[in-house]
Design a protein around this ligand. Sequence first.
Ligand SMILES: C[S@@+](CC[C@H](N)C(=O)[O-])C[C@H]1O[C@@H](n2cnc3c(N)ncnc32)[C@H](O)[C@@H]1O
Length: 301
Amino acid sequence: MLRGLDTNQVEWTPAVSVSNRQSIDVCADTHVLSSVAMIAEAAALAGSGSAAVLGCGRCGEIPLRLLNQTFDLVDLIDIDEDALVLVGAQCKQWNEKKNACQFHSADLTGMIAPIERQTGELVENTVDPIDCVEKLGVLLESTAPAFWMLPQGQRYDFVVCSTVVTQLQALVRERVERIYRRRFPTYETALLQNRSWRESAWNFARNLEDGFIAHLGALTKPRGIVYLSETVHVSWLTQLDEQSVATEGSWITLRTSRLADYLRPGDTIISARRWDWLREGREGEFWGRLYGVQALIYRVE
Ligand SMILES: C[S@@+](CC[C@H](N)C(=O)[O-])C[C@H]1O[C@@H](n2cnc3c(N)ncnc32)[C@H](O)[C@@H]1O
């Protein structure tokens, strides 16, 4: 799913420097500050009307209060109901005169429930675990998404899609793999290493990304504004000592190393930025991750 780029050594004091290349200024809240500032800039361009925050999560990188003040309607959509409840409680605490926020607990891909059902049937009816992996790959690639929109198909003046695109394919794949592992618990490695499954998962992910970014255009009114950001590069970090971490390289999480490559010819980029996001959090032998985030504000045709 991931392709290697280059090899870096990363040292960090309060900031992080990539010692064999150039020095980069990174601290843990760079990401939140950069996201909030750029979404505020995009909201000002959209001006008023309606907004949607896709995969809003806990709105950790979203200036939600500003959106509430700027727009008459702010739709917040996520599959994680607990996160929506938390954001709802926060909105109440502000005690603003206007509450424009509406919450939608939904699957943005529209494919999780059908693919879980079909995966369940397939694993029950297949005896050979390898044959099953290959059939699951075909299922993954051939199941069409039904991307979320309002029942009447209403479109928004402003759409925010902040670090969500790579998560969509990951969640669908994870749900399929979980059902497979329950049926064939000793075949986890076979699944992860199976060439045919990996190719299907890669094709599925890239097609879902293409489709979803095209769908952002369908969710946005003509001449409306989209804020799109993604963790396009990721490096897993190992700790060397109290002052430094190292990485074997950074990986591209998308089809290309430029998020802008996903836009359609009629989309006009108004602003494009990149920043590094240092995320501490132990994962096995790793100290944390360094993401290379790319963010775009663009106007749809
Ligand atoms: C990295 S988080 C985004 C963080 C968020 N923008 C914030 O400000 O905190 C990705 C979010 O996408 C949501 N997500 C992933 N797959 C989804 C799906 N199929 N439908 C709806 N939400 C999904 C996750 O639940 C999670 O909240």
